[in-house]
Design a binder for this molecule. Structure first.
Ligand SMILES: [Zn+2]
Length: 97
């Protein structure tokens, strides 16, 4: 499972893909900054969660991780469900070794 996760981290680092994923996760924000699903559910103040090259970090609550971690945080699901969602999202279901 960690190998598959690494594969996803490697695969998803271009901004258009990350931005699409953030949109489809229901994250709102401006540019590379989004409201944190963990600590800003009401979307007040400035968006504190920054996404850069496949990694995210929230400057408010300190949540950080990779794209798979972002899916887990936004959807409040486990690793397996997050990867399954990414497969559906990117249309790559069944193409990973
Ligand atoms: Zn946060």
């Amino acid at each position: 499972m960690t190998d598959i996760r690494h594969e996803w981290d490697h695969r998803i680092k271009d901004w258009p893909t990350i931005h699409k994923i953030a949109n489809d996760l229901g994250l709102a924000g401006e540019g590379h900054h989004f409201y944190c699903p963990g600590c800003q559910p009401l979307r007040n103040g400035a968006p504190e969660l920054a996404i850069r090259e496949g990694n995210f970090e929230c400057f408010r609550c300190g949540a950080r991780g990779d794209v798979v971690g972002l899916v887990k945080l936004a959807r409040k699901c486990d690793l397996e469900a997050a990867i399954a969602w990414l497969e559906r999202e990117t249309g790559t279901e069944g193409t990973l070794p």
